[in-house]
Ligand binder design. Structure first.
Ligand code: E4P
Length: 220
């Protein structure tokens, strides 16, 4: 399973990249706006910090011609950029055009299997199925994820199901159980994956015992 960090904050990307376990970064217009820096500048810095990663950067137009212009501009910035496209009619049309040109895409704002099917048929590289926003309105966002994973596997589509809008570590566990290909999450949630009170207590005890015995790894 691939792990992406969902942020436009360069310091968060830098720290997550140091862990050596991230496969990419997702941004969206809200996250870029929150970063307080320019779009191209932020995305290129992320590409530099995660040199092997897939870095999603989103178009903001909704008419096809402008979406295409924006997509080609964003794509020209760096070979690792994945053009993020909203699931609207012009978006699906754009994904088909880009996939015919071998340009990677991430279809965003996907909530249902039927939407995921459209994205898969258009040749999306990644399909961002949002879970938290569905949970927020008292439904179970993970249901569509499991069904979409089954859909792409049954029909042999190349698209990967990316679980987005993750709100807590249990969503990550459920994404694993659903067989999702990728989970993207805020830096704070990724940091929480490390945590267990028994890990902290266990380490404290190991180090206390070691120090009480006056031991050392290196010759004194
Ligand atoms: C995904 O790519 C989106 O950027 C993100 O996961 C949305 O999360 P939110 O619902 O917490 O805003």
């Amino acid at each position: 399973m691939k792990l992406f960090v969902d942020t436009g904050d360069i310091e968060e990307v830098r720290q997550a990249a140091e862990w050596g376990i991230i496969d990419g970064v997702t941004t969206n217009p809200t996250l870029i706006a929150k970063s307080g820096h320019g779009f191209k500048e932020t995305v290129l810095k992320i590409c530099e910090l995660v040199p092997e990663g897939a870095i999603s950067a989103e178009v903001v137009a909704t008419d096809y011609d402008t979406m295409l212009k924006e997509a080609l501009e964003i794509h020209s910035w760096h070979p690792n950029i994945v053009v993020k496209v909203p699931l609207i009619e012009n978006g699906i049309r754009l994904v088909k055009t880009l996939s015919d040109k071998d340009i990677q895409t991430n279809v965003t704002l996907v909530f249902t299997v039927s939407q995921a099917l459209l994205a898969a048929k258009a040749g999306a590289t990644f399909i961002s199925n949002f879970v938290g926003r569905v949970d927020d309105i008292s439904d179970d966002g993970m249901v569509a994820v499991a069904k979409s994973v089954e859909m792409v596997e049954t029909y042999g589509y190349d698209s990967e199901i990316l679980v987005a809008s993750i709100r807590h570590p249990l969503h990550v566990v459920q994404a694993v159980e659903a067989g999702a290909h990728i989970a993207t999450m805020p830096f704070k949630i990724m940091s929480m994956l490390f945590k267990h009170p028994l890990t902290d207590a266990g380490l404290k005890r190991f180090l206390a015992d070691w120090n009480d015995a006056g031991l050392s790894i290196f010759p004194k």
